[in-house]
Write a protein that binds this ligand. Structure first.
Ligand SMILES: Cc1cc2nc3c(=O)[nH]c(=O)nc-3n(C[C@H](O)[C@H](O)[C@H](O)COP(=O)(O)OP(=O)(O)OC[C@H]3O[C@@H](n4cnc5c(N)ncnc54)[C@H](O)[C@@H]3O)c2cc1C
Length: 328
């Protein structure tokens, strides 16, 4: 047993800790090494106690939700990986034309959308197929086409671990932008809950939006293979790109997958990691098909190759949309 493992076991002897836990099993990308300590927490008070203890004892800690937006290091993660599975849901107000509800961030995003739809609220339908939890969705301000989840958030409660204090963030304080929220700026902030305020609409209109979103996802994404979704953010459009690709002239951002495709990189491969031929911003793990081990190092190599090729051809710097966990 390592010192960190001994410390958590001694402080919380009744908890079902996993030591040397294989993160690949729980991650959507199905790769990455071991977590020195892993725990799935279902209680908000306990979550805070564990984090404050780790902070005091200088045990490194990381928060995860559904592990669907991560590239986990082959060498694994030292310290604690704490998966948030607190899923409380509460309707705060249900009027004829609007509904307000609050959800803990361990709730699955698709489950949150279903609850909103059942209440007659509209706005979140596009997020029905976003894997992972509400915590991850708030953290990166999940997007579907032009919609951003932050647009529907009224406020967020976060826990500042070092200060051992809850903070309420209004929507403005959350600094939501494309692929950004304030929670990315301070690693001490753990998102606990979010309140949503939605307008109501006719059930058949909402159902239609839901179906359209599901179909769009099925048609455009390689959902049958492990991945972390889009690896790259859509870069801002430029005059040069507008001239080259007038079909996107009106858009603020140009699809990263389109540029990767235009650079001829579909099916490019490093080890078991392959550029999807269905959606070129997706890197898929074809470990089973190719009988090769899936490695985060190969994801990084392929990312670097794509960035280089797209920069050379279109003078565009592609930035990652995924987050890295662990130390390679
Ligand atoms: C097939 C597929 C399709 C996808 N489609 C979309 C899409 O349409 N739109 C989109 O935006 N994304 C998409 N994604 C990416 C991903 O699913 C989302 O970003 C999702 O919201 C991540 O949530 P998660 O709980 O899995 O986060 P994780 O992967 O567990 O974590 C991601 C980051 O968020 C942080 N985090 C998570 N929870 C908290 C919390 N409570 N407090 C503080 N930090 C936290 C983690 O520390 C980490 O840095 C897709 C992924 C896949 C595999």
């Amino acid at each position: 047993m390592t010192n960190n493992q001994r410390l958590v076991k001694a402080k919380f002897p009744d908890l079902d800790w996993s030591f040397n836990y294989p993160l690949a099993e729980s991650s959507y990308f199905k790769l990455g090494g071991l977590a020195e300590i892993y725990y799935k927490v279902k209680d908000q008070l306990l979550l805070k106690k564990i984090l404050v203890f780790c902070e005091q004892e200088r045990i490194p800690w990381k928060i995860v939700g559904g592990l669907s937006n991560l590239v986990i290091a082959d060498a694994g993660v030292s310290g604690l990986v704490l998966q948030i599975a607190v899923r409380d849901f509460q309707v705060l107000s249900d009027q004829e034309d609007a509904v307000v509800f609050r959800a803990a961030t361990g709730i699955k995003t698709s489950q949150l959308v279903s609850k909103a739809v059942n209440l007659g609220g509209t706005g979140l339908e596009g997020f029905i197929g976003v894997p992972g939890t509400l915590g991850g969705a708030i953290y990166n301000n999940a997007h579907y086409l032009k919609a951003l989840i932050g647009d529907y958030v009224e406020s967020v409660v976060a826990f500042h671990v070092k200060h051992n204090k809850e903070i309420i963030f209004s929507r403005e304080m959350c600094k939501f932008a494309y692929e950004h929220s304030v929670f990315q700026e301070d690693p001490q902030l753990v998102i606990l809950a979010a309140t949503f305020s939605l307008r109501k609409d006719q059930p058949d209109v909402i159902k239609e939006k839901l179906l359209q979103a599901q179909e769009h996802r099925q048609q455009t994404q390689p959902l049958h293979l492990p991945s972390s979704g889009c690896i790259f953010r859509n870069p801002p459009n430029t005059d040069e790109l507008r001239q080259l690709f007038p079909q996107f002239a009106q858009r603020e951002f140009i699809p990263a997958g389109f540029l990767i495709d235009q650079a001829g990189l579909k099916n490019q491969q490093v080890g078991a990691i392959v550029v999807s031929d269905k959606h070129a911003a997706f890197l898929v793990n074809m470990s089973e098909e190719l009988q090769l081990p899936a490695k985060a190092q190969d994801v990084k190599k392929l990312i670097a190759q794509i960035q280089l090729a797209v920069k050379k051809q279109f003078k565009v710097e592609l930035k990652e949309e995924i987050f890295y966990l662990g130390q390679d």
